[in-house]
Structure formats: C-alpha cells, structure tokens
Ligand binder design. Structure first.
Ligand code: SF4
Length: 213
C-alpha cells in the first residue's frame, strides 16, 4: 500500500473514531487485518460462544481457524449438513455471546450501512449477541449517508452477487444493479445503524489496509 494512502486513511480513521465514540460504538484503529484479528482475539473471552456472518474480510483474517484452534465454542453454519440444520444454527448464532461480522459501508459521520440477503448479519448487529466485532477497511468510508448507501448498492452488492455466482439478476447479466425483486436477490435488507443503544457493544475494527469487497 502506498504511503500517502496509508497516511490519508490513518488521518481519516482518527477523525472517524471520535464520531464513532459519540454514537456509542467502540472503535479500534488497526494497521492491517492481522492486527484486527489479534485485537478481536484478545477481547473474546475463551469461555464464550462465538457466531459469525458471511464475510470475505472475516474469512481472509483467519480468525475462525484460530478460534477453533484455541477450543472456542463456535456456532458455525458451515458445519451443517442440511438447509434445516443451517437455519437452526443461524438462529442460534443470534444469541451467541460474541458475533463476528464485517460492515459494507460506513459514513464519514460514523453511520454503519449494511445490505443483507437472509438478514442474520444485520439482525445480530442490531440485537442479540452481547458483543459484536465488526471488521471494516477505511476504504469503505464513502462519504455522506446517501453516497454510502449508493456505493454499497451499486458497488458492493453486485460484487457479492458475482462472488456468489448468481445467475439471473441484472447485476450479473448487465454488471450493474437493476434494483431487482428476483428470487435470487441478495439485497433484501438495507440497514443503517446510526447509534448503539448499549455503549461499546459494537466494537468496530477500523482497518487502514484495503481489505474485503
Ligand atoms: S438488487 Fe438485485 S440487481 Fe441489484 S445488486 Fe442486488 S441482486 Fe443485484
């Protein structure tokens, strides 16, 4: 990563952190994904249960493997063998002690913007787990709320549609979002989290490095 970009993100992260604190979030500035993983691991009690939502950033961090290695109680839908079991495990994850997720976009003023298919990720972010660890790269700080929602809808969601190999949605056929209502649509819930009711419940790992979609 170029030094000027790192400096720019570091300066923006320092300003954003103050705004996140005002919204009852707990920001932690991390130089890279490895540091974010380590900081989250330090904060997760080894006796607690951990659930997680689908996220490239979480996957790339390697935190799930490390939690398994240290014997953490994991609520893991990827270990299920049927859709029914997967659904039950996803419901259980909503009452885990800790939940790991990423954030699709964040405004310069500190609002969190997420777009979700099933809705489990935004549900857990909103209520349920006692602690949420949300990983987000400074690259995903897009500007004001309208711009951030637009970027998440026009950029992140179509990228996710390609990653998931959807077949019939406009974002796959034409490469741009067509605001679809199709069965395959992954943009069923757009959630804006403007403040946390419980102070410091949501730990935001602000990553200087460019990671995730
Ligand atoms: S709303 Fe439909 S077309 Fe737009 S990004 Fe989501 S899945 Fe693709």
């Amino acid at each position: 990563m170029e030094e000027y970009l790192r400096e720019r993100y570091a300066s923006a992260a320092a300003s954003l952190s103050k705004k996140l604190v005002r919204r009852n979030f707990q920001p932690i500035i991390c130089q890279n994904l490895e540091e974010a993983k380590e900081r989250a691991l330090e904060k997760i009690d080894q006796n607690q249960s951990v659930g997680f939502g689908g996220s490239i950033t979480i996957e790339q961090s390697g935190i799930i493997e490390e939690l398994y290695q240290r014997g953490q109680k994991m609520i893991d839908r990827e270990k299920t063998t049927s859709p029914e079991e997967r659904h039950q495990v996803m419901k259980q994850a909503l009452t885990a002690d800790c939940f790991l997720t990423s954030i699709n976009g964040i405004t310069e003023d500190g609002e969190l913007v997420n777009i979700d298919s099933v809705g489990n990720r935004v549900a857990a972010l909103t209520y349920g787990p006692d602690k949420v660890f949300a990983f987000v790269s400074m690259r995903k700080v897009y500007g004001d709320l309208n711009t951030t929602v637009e970027m998440v809808r026009r950029n992140t969601a179509p990228l996710n549609a390609h990653r998931l190999s959807l077949e019939k949605t406009p974002c796959i056929k034409k490469g741009t979002c067509g605001d679809c209502l199709q069965a395959e649509c992954i943009c069923n819930t757009i959630a804006i989290t403007r403040r946390s009711m419980a102070k410091d419940r949501i730990v935001i790992l602000l990553i200087i490095e460019e990671v995730g979609l």
